[in-house]
Design a protein around this ligand. Structure first.
Ligand SMILES: NC(=O)c1ccc[n+]([C@@H]2O[C@H](COP(=O)([O-])OP(=O)(O)OC[C@H]3O[C@@H](n4cnc5c(N)ncnc54)[C@H](O)[C@@H]3O)[C@@H](O)[C@H]2O)c1
Length: 389
């Protein structure tokens, strides 16, 4: 090969290299300026003045309401959910309300998958975690205890480990009054001994214990909120409660009342009218979801490194099942048919909270009455006969 041919070949290679470098630079520029890249960068880097919250179970009833409030309050939110129970429809509503890059991202993942969870923590710069994701039916927990211990207890362990590994410093944990079991003395305070009587309550208590032991060895800020019976929905009607039809049997009283009012089921079955209560039916403390989420935001604002806060979140007032049904009849305007049956095994007579701790320390009180809460929820139920579909 002569000198001219070699130098021509070299200049061809040089030209190709320059072209390739130019194209790579253009692609990089396009990628950098694309909404996808800027959004990705926002989630993956801490930004002064912006708190990025990981909401586990954000496609579910309470998690979706929490996401809505956090976004309204200018937080940045990443939802992680495996959609085993929640609704992608709720996530879509939230995405449509907050489409700007860096506000909300949804990640489909199972919290039992350690590799996936670690990848999520590696790629995202979380400032805090609100851990709602869980299976959450007392009856189901007695039928499938291992599922509950796995989903609640071991997934919480995994999540806390990921927080420790990746230096996330604040955890707000969704616990439940079911961790108290059947206390002799009412109202229930945070000092009432925890003696859960079903796998759901036990799994949550174990998760609390893991978190509390972890807190002794770290400077993480912990808030454990023990909710009573959650009802209601977003007053602006954007979100509601839409459990899967197959979970109706496990269902909660508000869902059953609305189903009866809409004629989806023929009537309401009240189990147990011979309890030691004024009208013989069970007494529960019904807390509105908007009030409950307000407690979470206050908990987040008050969370301090190396400190643990444990709070009951309830109204402090018990309502009997009969009172609940009467309020539901007034809220829906439907004369719901009622059938009285014998007691359901495992139900306790009376449960209501003493919320004075949270009032004093976080300046939180429940604002919605039972009937207001049911009226708001009924508006959404009437307008969404098929849930989010
Ligand atoms: N609803 C109540 O009355 C009540 C009372 C006390 C405590 N809580 C607690 O509040 C939290 C939220 O309850 P909810 O009523 O919104 O329930 P929900 O079933 O509506 O929502 C739970 C969400 O978690 C998701 N999830 C479950 N397992 C998961 C996993 N392994 N990985 C990823 N996502 C998963 C589900 O898909 C669902 O979207 C739960 O921790 C529950 O124990 C609820």
């Amino acid at each position: 090969m002569d000198f001219v041919a070699v130098s021509k070949q070299r200049s061809n290679i040089t030209r190709r290299l320059i072209l390739a470098a130019g194209l790579t630079a253009i692609c990089f520029l396009i990628f950098r300026t694309s909404p996808g890249f800027s959004s990705f960068m926002k989630f993956s880097q801490h930004e002064p003045g912006v708190t990025h919250v990981l909401v586990t179970g954000g496609a579910g009833f309470i998690g979706a309401h929490a996401t809505l409030r956090l976004l309204k309050d200018s937080y940045r939110v990443t939802i992680v959910d495996n959609l085993s129970r929640g609704n992608m429809g709720a996530v879509k509503v939230l995405q449509e309300l907050f489409p700007e890059p860096g506000r909300l991202q949804f990640i489909y993942a199972d919290l039992g998958d350690a590799v996936a969870v670690n990848k999520i923590f590696k790629r995202n710069a979380f400032d805090a975690v609100m851990h709602f994701a869980a299976v959450a039916y007392v009856g189901e927990s007695t039928q499938e205890p291992l599922r509950y211990y796995h989903n609640i207890t071991s997934n919480t362990l995994l999540l806390v480990k990921a927080m420790a590994t990746h230096g996330v410093k604040t955890l707000i944990y969704s616990s439940t009054c079911a961790t108290y079991g059947e206390p002799e003395k009412m109202p229930i305070t945070e000092q009432t001994p925890q003696a859960p009587i079903n796998p759901y309550g036990k799994a949550k208590k174990m998760a609390e214990d893991i978190i509390l032991d972890f807190s002794k060895t770290s400077d993480v800020a912990i808030m454990i909120l023990r909710y009573f019976n959650v009802i209601g929905s977003d007053p602006e009607g954007k979100l509601g409660e839409a459990p899967r039809p197959e979970l109706r049997e496990q269902g909660r009283i508000s869902g059953a009342c609305f189903d009866a009012a809409r004629g989806i089921i023929p009537g309401l079955k009240i189990r147990g009218v011979d309890y030691n209560t004024p009208d013989g039916t069970c007494i529960r403390d019904y807390i509105d979801v908007t009030d409950l989420i307000d407690a979470h935001v206050k908990a987040l604002e008050h969370a301090k490194p190396s400190k643990v806060g444990i709070y009951n979140v309830g109204t402090g007032k018990g309502s009997s099942v009969k009172q609940f049904v009467e309020a539901c009849k007034r809220a829906t305007g439907v004369d719901i048919k009622i059938e009285y049956l014998t007691r359901r095994p495992g139900d306790y007579a009376e449960v209501y909270s003493d919320p004075s701790n949270i009032r004093r320390e976080l300046n939180w009180i429940a604002r919605y009455t039972l009937e207001e809460s049911l009226s708001i929820a009924w508006r959404w139920q009437k307008a969404h006969r098929n849930g989010y579909n």
